[in-house]
Ligand binder design. Sequence first.
Ligand SMILES: NC(=O)c1ccc[n+]([C@@H]2O[C@H](COP(=O)([O-])OP(=O)(O)OC[C@H]3O[C@@H](n4cnc5c(N)ncnc54)[C@H](O)[C@@H]3O)[C@@H](O)[C@H]2O)c1
Length: 339
Amino acid sequence: MNRPWLVTGGAGFIGYHLCRRLSAEGRSVIAVDNLEPTYEPALKRRRLELLLELPGVAFHELDITDEAGMAALFQQARPGSVVHLAARAGVRGSHLDPMGYVRTNVVGFTVLLEQARRVEVPHVVYASSSSVYGDNAPVPFSVSDPADHPISVYAATKRADELIAHSYAHAYGLATTGLRFFTVYGPWGRPDMAYFAFADAILHGRPVTVYGDGSALRDFTYVDDAVDAITALVPRTPRSAGRPEDGDASVPWRIYNIGHGSQASVAELLDHLESRLGRRAERVSEPVHPGDVASTHADVEPLRRAIGDVPETPLAEGLDRFVPWLQGYRERHAEPHLA
Ligand SMILES: NC(=O)c1ccc[n+]([C@@H]2O[C@H](COP(=O)([O-])OP(=O)(O)OC[C@H]3O[C@@H](n4cnc5c(N)ncnc54)[C@H](O)[C@@H]3O)[C@@H](O)[C@H]2O)c1
């Protein structure tokens, strides 16, 4: 039986790469996205155009908070697996529009779980975030650490999702796996993320705005590695109690860090980009945003135990793929404010 995979946020960065992979594996995919203009709408549209050329990919333009629309879709599609990536993503935006974040990330997620349990989807895999660890967790971040002190509304919505998922696993037996992604980057990425915004600025000879002194540390995860982890975890439906170090629960509920397991500073990221773009960046310093954490670092041993593999692309190699893609893309499509 080849029941389709339903991928929410399919026109988004990670969703686009996941749908491509699933199509290449001969699967049937239903991508859902409301094409919200949260960043460069033309980039999102272009991803979608490319997806629609692929075999096995169907698209529904739908807001995940639309209960009737989601119910109709789940009833009709009866997905075999759900990968939920749709969200308002990013820390800073969540302090400009907290209600919008809560609506999509918490209400929309609950709408999705509700439909998934009604049509008895065997396993829902959903995006959480490394931001749930807040600013005081010991590094590397372990899924068995408490994550009770989020410092952004975004992080709080993602932690709320994990807790709601737990309640669905307990109350209805709905199996869920939450993925705490650590700074996922790569071609077709998000122009609002630092690596992309820095590269765009250097490419166009504009000053680069650095929040803080450049010492903030991030665990950078190449997008293909994140997709490897997603596709490996979907068939591993949690069925029973887990181990404490795997985000344990007495119900079919798991959490994994999806990170490379190493760190690079913002200053190092800039050095990498400057050397690949052949230009020095003029750096303009702005205060650190109160929602940004100083450091992220994933403990990926539970992921290794679960799937035998962890994200392994070094930052330098991932940027070797990202920068030429960006140069080519900007030759064909100017940045919106320059077009
Ligand atoms: N990229 C990262 O570094 C990173 C890190 C941690 C967590 N995440 C999480 O991973 C997931 C995917 O992230 P991404 O980087 O691909 O982001 P993205 O913004 O590119 O993708 C999210 C997609 O969801 C869609 N969407 C937003 N609200 C919607 C709604 N109400 N209904 C339907 N669709 C909606 C958007 O249009 C977008 O295409 C998100 O849940 C994000 O929070 C990403």
